[in-house]
Design a protein around this ligand. Structure first.
Ligand SMILES: Nc1ncnc2c1ncn2[C@@H]1O[C@H](COP(=O)(O)OP(=O)(O)O)[C@@H](O)[C@H]1O
Ligand SMILES: [Mg+2]
Length: 232
């Protein structure tokens, strides 16, 4: 068993139970009783129409927002029992986030953007840049290290965003429409890269997408309907 599987135990890398979420001003619950366990190395796709609560669910699983009721665990630790500092630490150490828009910092090079999460953790500069260059090479951007985000294509920017999420070697990646802003061909290429990199590392992956073709490439698929998660 991998280290991640040992640490995750039977409750998975990330899990939730009885999750409810209502937003102030909305009369219906966005999430209405969600139970999900993401095991070590597992790939889970979540599909659903716009406004069905996909981003809300990922935010809660990532500890970026709190549920109205229910429990979220990361590496078997109940987030509601942790203070913000401990929660932030756990999140930064064990999760990687990828979004529809790359969110790279415009005034930094690709290499600097990817090294940043390591520098923030106070890794030595040489080591951080070496690791960032290695992961950028893995996503096929070895010839773009010194480019600014504005000088990269859409697919290249999203590859750099993947590299930034992967550089800290998280146990689980949470991706919210990671290829939603790309043309079909590029979307498939970036998606395959994401799947390949995570398979190699036995890393768990939860991807929100409204593209069934992409969702089918993953081990398990769920649809979010009326606040509930239905297996597909
Ligand atoms: N911060 C918020 N405050 C109020 N309502 C919100 C907030 N975030 C999302 N919502 C509402 O919750 C519902 C689900 O949103 P979201 O999770 O973004 O859906 P999806 O990602 O599936 O498109 C929508 O009706 C949206 O308007
Ligand atoms: Mg969304």
């Amino acid at each position: 068993m991998s280290d991640a599987a040992v640490q995750a135990g039977s409750n998975g890398v990330v899990s939730c139970a009885g999750l409810y979420k209502t937003y102030h001003g909305l009369d219906v619950a966005v999430l209405n009783g969600i139970d999900l366990t993401v095991g070590a190395g597992e790939q889970i796709a979540i599909v659903g129409s716009s406004g069905s609560g996909k981003s809300t669910l990922l935010h809660l699983l990532g500890g970026l927002d709190a549920p109205t009721a229910g429990e979220v665990r990361i590496l078997n630790q109940d987030l509601s029992r942790l203070n913000e500092t401990k929660k932030g630490y756990l999140r930064n150490r064990s999760l990687g986030f990828v979004y529809q828009f790359h969110h790279l910092l415009a005034e930094f090079t690709a290499l600097e953007n990817v090294a940043l999460p390591l520098l923030i953790r106070r890794m030595a500069r040489d080591q951080a840049f070496k690791r960032a260059a290695a992961i950028l090479t893995e996503v096929g951007l070895q010839h773009r290290l010194e480019h600014m985000p504005g000088e990269l294509s859409g697919g290249e920017r999203q590859r750099a965003a993947l590299a930034r999420a992967l550089v800290s070697e998280p146990q689980c990646i949470l991706a919210d429409e990671p290829t939603g802003n790309l043309d079909r061909h590029t979307a498939h290429a970036v998606f395959d890269l994401l799947l390949g990199l995570n398979q190699d590392q036995q890393r768990s992956l939860v991807v929100v997408t409204h593209d069934m073709e992409l969702a089918k490439k993953m081990q398990r698929q769920y649809q979010l309907v009326d606040g509930k998660l239905l297996p597909l």
